[in-house]
Ligand binder design. Structure first.
Ligand code: ADP
Ligand code: MG
Length: 404
């Protein structure tokens, strides 16, 4: 690990430091529903203001189409940032335009300014390297140094993540360092037994993770929508449950590989099967082999793991020294199908070893189900980024900070 740290930038008092954060918070009617990402960006900002740096925060929010769109303003995030820092935080009404220029010029030592959404500018996400670079140069004009701390975007080759860091002395912030510290332990030297719990919607989203983790883990517990492709690979009918028929062969390959490696792939023994995809749908618990033998026949939908499976998975989790969990066990958004996800989350909070939650929907699920962040060893702020890291991919936003 050779990530450049903030210390490597030398004394920063009076210096203008552009900090790339990930303030991409979920909003409902303009109100932040989960401020986890704003909280996660605080330590780095404080580390900089406390030494008298002039901090210029940049971030994206949502997916505006390269032009200003009030729906995606960073205003709510800037307000929340000010509350958490207990200090005034100014917001520029543009990213690199006249208001940003004026507010950067007026910024005092130890003060914080947020520039408006990076993605209001087409250069931020442009595939055209020259256009991206031109936007990065406009941002660099504000900076004596750059700190990159938006872990959620390090897998993206974007102007503020990749180009800007090459134009000024740059270093990783404390959030990126903390994320890598944990994720690196999962791939390099996990304490054993090491269990990985995978769920979520599609197995095709997680093929890279399965392939990379299979030789490294002791146990793989499979739930969520992907479990049905595993059941089908073993020759079981799955009713109308989520099934990726074109992945059955790949999954058979994983099952064979696991056997060869002595890795336990544990599949559910019981399933909650529903008549339709809705919160008030009639539903029953059946064995994994008998999904089509309910009153709903072949139209039955498997929407959660059953209670016997949840208990068995929980026991495996509690008996492990390292647990990584990605992907809800069922359709947790609908209350009758949240029990499996709740049981697995609970077990992760009870293990004495390192428990890590990765994945955007998984992190949202544990918070929605009422678990506190600090009940887990670590909840990654980056869904896609944490998965790509665990796939062993080289991430541009880390490479540019010296990570190999
Ligand atoms: P993450 O973002 O944590 O990586 P995914 O995006 O892979 O997770 O999957 C999350 C989604 O998977 C949730 O919206 C959930 O409703 C869905 N899901 C879980 N189990 C099932 C199932 N049995 N059938 C259909 N969808 C499911
Ligand atoms: Mg997701």
């Amino acid at each position: 690990m050779t990530l450049r740290t903030i210390d490597s930038l030398g004394p920063l008092a009076g210096k203008r430091v552009v900090v790339r954060c990930d303030l991409n918070v979920p909003l409902k009617d303009g109100v932040i529903t989960d401020d986890g990402r704003v909280r996660a960006s605080i330590p780095t900002i404080r580390a900089l203001t406390s030494q008298g740096a002039r901090v210029i925060v940049v971030s994206h929010l949502g997916r505006p189409e390269g032009a200003p769109d009030p729906k995606y303003s960073l205003a709510p995030a800037a307000v929340r940032l000010g509350e958490l820092l207990e200090a005034p935080v100014a917001l520029a009404s543009d990213t690199v335009g006249p208001d940003a220029e004026a507010k950067v010029a007026a910024l005092g030592d130890g003060e914080v300014l947020v520039l408006e959404n990076l993605r209001f500018n087409p250069g931020e996400t442009s595939k055209d390297g020259a256009e991206r670079r031109a936007f990065a140069e406009q941002l660099a004009a504000f900076a004596d140094a750059v700190v990159s701390d938006g872990f959620g975007v390090v897998h993206r080759k974007q102007a503020s993540v990749w180009d800007l860091e090459q134009l000024r002395p740059s270093a990783a912030g404390l959030l990126i360092a903390a994320e890598l510290d944990v994720l690196d332990r999962l791939t390099e030297s996990p304490e054993r037994p090491y269990a990985v719990v995978l769920g979520g919607s599609k197995v095709s989203d997680k093929l890279g993770v399965i392939a990379h983790l299979l030789p490294r883990v002791d146990t793989l517990l499979i739930g969520g929508g992907m479990l049905f492709t595993f059941l089908a690979a073993k020759g079981h009918p799955v009713g109308s449950s989520l099934l990726e028929a074109d992945q059955i062969e790949t999954v058979r390959g994983y099952l064979a590989k696991a056997e060869e490696l002595g890795v336990d792939i544990v599949l559910p023994t019981d399933i909650v099967v529903a008549a339709s995809f809705s919160a008030d749908a009639e539903h029953v618990v059946t064995t994994a082999e008998a999904i089509e033998e309910t009153p709903f026949g072949a139209s039955g939908l498997g929407l959660d793991i059953g209670p016997e499976t949840a208990a068995a998975f929980a026991e495996r989790i509690r008996g492990s020294k390292t647990v990584f969990w990605n992907g809800p066990m069922g359709v947790f958004e609908l209350a009758p199908f949240a029990a499996g996800t709740r049981a697995i989350a609970g077990a992760l909070t009870e293990t004495e070893g390192l428990s890590v939650v990765g994945g955007g929907d998984s992190a949202a699920a544990v918070r929605q189900l009422g678990f506190a962040d600090d009940a887990f060893g670590h909840i990654s702020t980056g869904g896609g980024a944490s998965l790509e890291f665990l796939e062993g991919k080289k991430l541009p936003g880390l490479e540019v900070l010296g990570w190999q």
